[in-house]
Design a binder for this molecule. Structure first.
Ligand SMILES: [Zn+2]
Length: 478
C-alpha cells in the first residue's frame, strides 16, 4: 500500500469572556444558562437604523491575547460586512474582519514530547455571534441573549501532520485563554469549537491536494476521531483512483461519521464589503503599552520554569499547569516553603485527591485554610518535627476544620520526638522484645531491619523520628 501524509489546518472559534457584548452595552452572558431574552437591546436584536459601538474591553482582551502569542499587531484594522440570510441572524449580515484583521502571521509555541515546537497561525479576527434557535416540535423559539457576543476566530496555516500535534496545540490555546481569563474555552459548553481542514496526499508528493472541511467539532475526542475518519476516507478514495472533492462536511459524533454538507460549487457568495457603520480600529502606543504591562507569565514559560528550575516530572508539570489558579497556588506555596519538590508532592498527591473526594471543595480557590498553614506542615516535616505519615492527618484536619497547624499537631500528640534519650529507651525495649528477629537479622535476614524500625515507630505511637530509630538500631545491631 502507498504511504500517505496528512496535512491539517484548523479554524478555532472561541467565545470571549468580556463583561458586555461586542457592539452594545448588554451583558455578555457567555456561560450562564438563564432565562432567554434578558440581555438584549435594539442593537443586538438587529433593529433597522441602530448603530453598533465597539466595546473597548473586547479589543483589549483581544490585544493582550495576541501579545501573549508574540504576534504581529496591526495598529490599524478594519471591519467588514458579510451578508447572508439565515434564520439565526437578525441583521442578515455579520460584522467580521476579512481583509485587515487585528492580529496576523504569528507562531504559537507548544511543548510536544518536551520539545518546543512552533506552529504558524495565519490570522485571528473578531466577529459577532448570532442568536440561538430552539426548536420545539412544531415551532422555533428565538433567544437573543448571545446575539452580538464577541467571538474570536483563529485560523492556522496547514501546519499539522498528525493528531497528537493538533491536540497539543489546542490544549495550549485553551491554557492561554484561561491564563488571562479571555475565555473559559470549555468545549462542552461551546465556548471553543473547531473546523478541521484535512488533506491527504502521497508521501512523496510536495503538493497540497484537495482538502475537506469538517465543521463544528466540539470536543477533543471528536477532533481525534474526525482526523482518523476523514484521513481514512480520503485514502480509500485515492486508492481507488478517484479524486477527493473539495467540500464542507458535517460531523456526527454519535455515529462517528461525517456527511457531505455542501460542495465547492454551491459555496455562498457573501457579498463582502467594508462595514459602513464602524470606523477602523486605530491603536495608539499608550493603549498597546497598557495591555503589554498586564501580561501574565505564559503557560509554556511556566512549564519550562517548573521543568528546568524545579526539576519536576513532566506529569507533575502538566498537572500543575492545568489552570491558572492551581499553578498560582503552587507558586505561592513554593515562595513560602522554598521547597518546590515537597510543595508539588503535597499538592498533587494529597491536596488534589482530597479535593477530588470532597463534595464541598471543588478547587484550590475554595480552600478555607490559609496557605501559610500548608507551608507550616511542610516546614515541620522538613525540621523533623512531624512525620510525613502524620502530616497527612494534619492536612485532613485543616481541610475540614481549618485552624492552625501547630495547635492541631499538639492537640493530637503528633509532634515528632527527636530526643535521643527517650528514643533509645524504646529501641532497647524493641531489641529485648524481638530477640528472635534480632538474631535472624544478625545472621542472615537484612530485610528484618525495616520490621524493627516499624516496631520502634509503633512503640513511640508514630511520634519517634524514624531517621533516629534507624541510626540507633544500626549502631546497636551492626
Ligand atoms: Zn444589546
Amino acid at each position: 500500500m502507498n504511504k500517505y501524509i496528512k496535512t491539517i489546518g484548523l479554524e478555532v472559534h472561541i467565545r470571549i469572556k468580556s463583561k458586555t457584548k461586542m457592539f452594545c452595552s448588554c451583558l455578555n452572558a457567555v456561560a450562564l444558562a438563564e432565562e432567554p431574552n434578558i440581555n438584549i437591546c435594539p442593537v443586538c436584536m438587529g433593529f433597522p437604523g441602530m448603530l453598533p459601538v465597539l466595546n473597548k474591553e473586547v479589543v483589549k482582551l483581544w490585544l493582550i491575547w495576541g501579545m501573549m502569542m508574540w504576534c504581529e499587531i496591526n495598529k490599524i484594522s478594519r471591519f467588514d460586512r458579510k451578508t447572508y440570510f439565515y434564520p439565526d441572524n437578525p441583521t442578515a449580515y455579520q460584522i467580521t474582519q476579512l481583509y485587515e484583521p487585528i492580529v496576523w502571521k504569528w507562531k504559537v509555541k507548544v511543548l510536544v514530547d518536551e520539545q518546543v515546537r512552533e506552529f504558524a497561525i495565519h490570522h485571528m479576527h473578531l466577529e459577532n455571534d448570532v442568536w440561538k434557535l430552539i426548536h420545539v416540535w412544531w415551532k422555533t423559539l428565538c433567544d437573543y441573549n448571545r446575539s452580538g457576543s464577541p467571538l474570536m476566530e483563529i485560523v492556522t496555516d496547514p501546519v499539522f501532520h498528525n493528531k497528537e500535534e493538533v491536540m497539543e496545540f489546542l490544549k495550549e490555546l485553551q491554557k492561554l485563554m484561561r491564563a488571562w481569563w479571555v475565555s473559559d474555552a470549555d468545549m462542552e459548553k461551546w465556548q471553543m469549537r473547531c473546523d478541521v481542514n484535512i488533506s491527504v496526499a502521497l508521501e512523496w508528493s510536495n503538493e497540497l491536494w484537495c482538502r475537506t472541511e469538517t465543521k463544528n467539532v466540539n470536543s477533543f475526542s471528536a477532533i481525534w476521531r474526525v482526523i482518523d475518519h476523514e484521513s481514512k476516507r480520503q485514502i480509500k478514495i485515492l486508492e481507488s483512483w478517484w479524486v477527493v472533492e473539495q467540500e464542507t462536511r458535517w460531523w456526527d459524533d454519535d455515529t462517528g461519521t461525517s456527511k457531505s454538507q455542501r460542495s465547492k460549487e454551491d459555496t455562498m457568495d457573501y457579498r463582502c464589503f467594508p462595514e459602513p457603520d464602524l470606523l477602523p480600529i486605530s491603536l495608539d502606543d499608550e493603549f498597546i503599552l497598557e495591555a503589554k504591562n498586564s501580561l501574565p507569565e505564559l503557560p509554556i514559560e511556566k512549564r519550562i520554569r517548573y521543568l528546568k528550575d524545579y526539576k519536576l516530572s513532566n506529569d507533575d508539570v502538566r498537572l500543575l499547569t492545568t489552570n491558572r489558579e492551581l499553578s498560582e497556588y503552587f507558586d505561592k506555596l513554593v515562595l513560602l516553603t522554598n521547597d518546590s519538590k515537597k510543595s508539588c508532592s503535597y499538592i498533587t498527591t494529597i491536596l488534589l485527591s482530597m479535593i477530588n473526594e470532597s463534595e464541598i471543595i471543588n478547587w484550590v480557590n475554595d480552600l478555607k485554610f490559609d496557605i501559610k498553614e500548608l507551608a507550616r506542615v511542610i516546614e515541620l516535616v522538613n525540621n523533623d518535627e512531624l512525620s510525613s505519615t502524620n502530616s497527612k492527618q494534619v492536612i485532613e484536619e485543616l481541610f475540614i476544620n481549618w485552624g492552625e497547624v501547630d495547635i492541631i499537631v499538639d492537640e493530637n500528640n503528633l509532634r515528632q520526638k527527636n530526643d535521643m534519650w527517650s528514643l533509645e529507651i524504646i529501641v532497647n525495649d524493641v531489641i529485648v522484645n524481638n530477640s528472635k528477629q534480632v538474631e535472624d537479622y544478625k545472621w542472615w535476614n537484612v530485610n528484618i531491619f525495616g520490621f524493627l524500625v516499624g516496631q520502634c515507630m509503633k512503640a513511640s505511637k508514630w511520634q519517634g523520628n524514624p531517621k533516629i530509630f534507624n541510626e540507633l538500631l544500626k549502631k546497636k545491631l551492626d
